[in-house]
Design a protein around this ligand. Structure first.
Ligand SMILES: Cc1cc2nc3c(=O)[nH]c(=O)nc-3n(C[C@H](O)[C@H](O)[C@H](O)COP(=O)(O)O)c2cc1C
Length: 454
């Protein structure tokens, strides 16, 4: 379950909506997910509030609490669900992040995971000390060294490193903790790791990033990919691609699990489900959201346009754009795009709101239908191995998982494609992942007296 926070996919203004920052919203929906035997509770990361026409973008991640702090609090009130923190490799530092993730893993009894991202833009870094830091290819080179280093840090303690006796000299068995050194292009560290291994040995690694470099990186390093390909054929193609890349990387064909982003809009009957979807969309893409979406591409204020009328006849700003247009723009040619969209909207008879609804990435990610229909569709995903699960973004928080857990999960259990209990207590066990082999590569020294591993 992916708690997205503020964005155009979650409806925060309905009467039954919670607050995007209150712990209660997180606790209630995570507890529903755990009641439904969900493997993991997932938090994204947005380090810098996106801007829009030079102002903070009110529909972005405004009010998104820090993932690790939130997950640490959740760990204390949940007993089985995995806790996934999205954290980027571009602006963090490996020893520090590895240590914080170890802490979450230890305090949750082996339920932590790290969703490794590199971030999709350069301007996030202006929040820190490195605006515009690293181009795309370099970010993955850096990410690889970062993750390798983190794994060595997590693997640095022998399982029996903490001596049984409580006398001060005995806290660490001699030679049982290895020093980790890395000297590379972007950072050099020399660290004596501070924490033992957790109940699941080390945090599970998720990855989200879809370029060829990103996929190869996942094939080498990840346990799970948070993918952007939920549609059946696209999911199968993505699976084939990841199997090929995994084999090329020297891993097993199915060593990397795949869980695409998805949204579920369900009801008791097909007709009710269709009506509900129309209603949910009208809440998700309100007048403000619809105009703000187009403004990202037009590069100018469009507030005087009627959201239920045709697309703006005014032309977009065509000069070189900046990040203030938001990440939706992706460098497309503004004028060309506007002409194309106007023609498309006219042909389909779409208003601004209807057009924007048809363009959001959620369109492909939505499972809409009766509980029975959707359960039958999911059987195909499970039986063909297209996916290992889904990362579900509820459109309503905190009640948005209720119908999934109350009605869809039992249907999936009846079809034999959903667990009926948690397999174990750690996330690694609940995902059915193998215990990682200790990464000794590159260990350059040991700490403590006596002979150790070199
Ligand atoms: C499904 C999905 C979810 C993502 N979630 C986040 C996120 O929460 N925070 C973030 O900084 N980047 C996120 N990313 C973007 C990654 O940071 C990735 O680095 C970016 O897409 C650029 O890599 P790529 O070119 O390989 O896709 C996500 C990407 C995908 C595909």
């Amino acid at each position: 379950m992916f708690f997205q926070g503020v964005n155009s996919g979650t409806v925060w203004k309905a009467a039954e909506s919670g607050s995007q920052t209150d712990f209660e919203s997180f606790r209630r929906i995570a507890q529903t997910a755990e009641r439904g035997l969900f493997a993991a509770f997932f938090l994204g990361e947005g380090l810098r509030l996106r801007e829009h026409l030079g102002r903070p973008h009110a529909l972005d991640v405004a009010g998104r609490p820090d993932a690790q702090t939130m997950l640490a609090a959740l760990a204390s009130v949940m007993s089985h669900i995995g806790l996934v923190a999205t954290q980027n490799t571009t602006y963090n530092d490996p020893a520090d992040l590895a240590h914080r993730l170890s802490t979450l893993d230890l305090l949750s009894g082996g339920r932590a995971a790290w969703n490794v991202v590199t971030t999709d833009n350069a301007w996030t870094g202006a929040n820190f000390r490195r605006g515009g830091y690293l181009d795309h290819a370099d970010r993955y080179v850096h990410a690889e060294a970062f993750v390798d280093t983190a794994k060595r840090i997590w693997d640095a303690w022998d399982d029996d490193a903490i001596a049984a006796s409580g006398t001060a000299e005995d806290w660490l068995a001699p030679g049982s903790v290895r020093r980790v050194r890395h000297e590379g292009q972007h950072y050099s560290i020399d660290v004596v790791p501070k924490l033992p291994r957790s109940a699941q040995y080390r945090p599970v690694l998720f990855q989200a990033g879809d370029s060829p470099d990103g996929r190869d990186f996942a094939a080498r390093q990840a346990d799970v990919i948070f993918s952007a390909h939920p549609k059946f054929e696209a999911a199968l193609d993505f699976r084939r691609d990841i199997v090929a890349r995994s084999l090329k990387a020297g891993r097993g064909a199915n060593d990397v699990q795949i869980m695409p982003a998805s949204e579920f809009i369900l009801a008791a009957t097909p007709q009710e489900a269709r009506d509900k979807k129309a209603w949910v969309r009208s809440l998700q893409i309100g007048p403000q959201q619809a105009l703000a979406y187009l403004e990202q591409f037009w590069g100018r204020e469009l507030q005087s346009y009627d959201p239920d009328g045709p697309l703006p006849d005014i032309d977009p700003v065509v000069e070189e754009t900046s990040e203030t247009r938001g990440s939706g723009f992706h460098g497309a040619k503004a004028r060309q795009l506007a002409d194309q969209w106007r023609a498309e909207a006219k042909e389909k008879g779409f208003s601004i709101r209807q057009f924007v609804s048809s363009k959001t990435s959620r369109v492909d990610a939505t499972f809409n239908g009766s509980y029975t229909e959707v359960a039958d569709r999911l059987v195909d995903y499970a039986r063909t191995g297209a996916v290992d699960g889904f990362n579900i973004s509820p459109w309503l928080v905190p009640a948005g998982l209720d119908d999934i857990v109350n009605h869809l999960v039992p249907e999936l259990q009846e079809r034999g494609i959903y667990p009926t209990e948690y397999a174990g207590t750690t996330l690694r066990e609940n995902l059915g992942l193998a215990t990682p082999v200790r990464s000794d590569a590159g260990v350059t020294g040991n700490v403590g007296a006596g002979a150790g591993h070199a």
